[in-house]
Design a protein around this ligand. Structure first.
Ligand code: ATP
Length: 303
């Protein structure tokens, strides 16, 4: 089964559109996910991330466009879906299931299930095995999903905001175990989260969705440190920013700052020479400013 994960790309999406009545939740989206990488599917509330994951896992049907998972359509395709694990916040379990029941039944669904790894993760997250699922705290319920997602070792694993309620220690355990296990058992992981800075170093690639459309599709490495903020006198900032893509502007009196989408080493040197202060922009700031600037543009256009 793992041989499937070596096929690149693992996922190809072309012109994917999903409408709910007159509302378009996913709007002509196209992207590839190359095999054996960790992807972040990021964006604001309601951007369309969960809908895309549901379409990719055959749990919802596209209005138009195509999806290929390991070279095949996921729709009602047991061969493909056997290789896919989808961890979502709204996961339902049978009414009277305990934590132990969930982990006993997991191997039926996942051919690569590693029971010993699951045991270690259960201890890491201090999960109470005999407790009913419906009695778990919010964080414990998320931990159950995280353990299943990791121990499934599915060639394609989706985590849709997997850690609602998980405390900072548990989230760090998740990132550490994911990276350690990934290096020994490479597979394709697609993760959606709002805690962008926390996962920034975990991700190989970032796809940002805004209002149902892809607004960024780039290697995380290329994004890290690509943008920058210049600050100084308003005249110097305005002069430097001219002709560049400005994501955000701020100012007070004669002082101003501008966040620029791209700032090369040469640009940084030129800014410093012009008496400007240059600071770096985190992945989270970049995405916040990018999605906020799209919204601002739309508001300006509709005004
Ligand atoms: N069954 C549905 N009927 C109508 N609208 C829907 C349906 N499912 C989703 N939507 C809408 O589609 C949009 C995208 O929703 P989706 O759940 O994919 O967003 P998301 O990016 O996962 O958001 P969040 O980060 O808040 O989880 C939202 O505006 C949502 O209200």
């Amino acid at each position: 089964m793992t041989t499937l994960s070596s096929i690149a790309p693992a996922v190809t999406v072309d012109g994917l559109t999903r409408r709910f009545g007159s509302f378009t939740a996913v709007d002509d989206v196209s992207f590839d996910v190359s095999g054996n990488h960790i992807y972040g599917l990021l964006g604001r509330n309601g951007a369309g991330k969960t809908t895309i994951m549901q379409l990719l896992t055959g749990q919802d049907f596209a209005t138009s466009g195509s999806i290929s998972i390991f070279g095949e359509s996921p729709v009602e395709n047991a061969d493909v879906l056997r290789n896919v694990c989808f961890i979502k916040e709204s996961q339902r379990y049978p009414e009277d299931f305990t934590v132990a029941h969930v982990f006993r039944s997991a191997p039926w669904f996942f051919g690569n299930w590693d029971a010993a790894f699951a045991e270690r993760l259960i201890a890491d997250f201090r999960l109470p095995m005999s407790r009913r699922i419906k009695k778990l705290s919010r964080g414990q319920l998320s931990a159950v999903g995280v353990v299943i997602g990791l121990a499934s070792r599915a060639p394609l694993t989706f985590f849709d905001e997997p850690y609602l309620g998980l405390d900072a220690v548990a989230r760090q355990v998740f990132y550490d175990r994911l990276l350690a296990d990934f290096s020994e058992n490479p597979r394709t992981v697609i993760l959606s989260t709002h805690l962008i800075d926390e996962v920034a170093n975990v991700l190989d690639h970032v796809i940002v969705i805004d209002d149902g459309r892809v607004i960024m599709d780039a290697e995380a490495e290329a994004l890290r440190g690509a943008a920058g903020t210049v600050s100084g006198t308003r005249a110097a900032v305005d002069h430097f920013a001219e002709g560049r893509t400005v994501l955000h502007r701020d100012g007070l009196g004669g002082l101003a700052s501008a966040t620029l989408e791209t700032l090369t080493a040469a640009d940084r040197a030129a800014a410093a020479a012009a008496g400007l202060e240059v600071s770096s922009v985190s992945l989270q700031q970049l995405i916040v400013q990018k999605t906020a600037s799209t919204t601002t543009r739309e508001l300006e256009q509709s005004a």
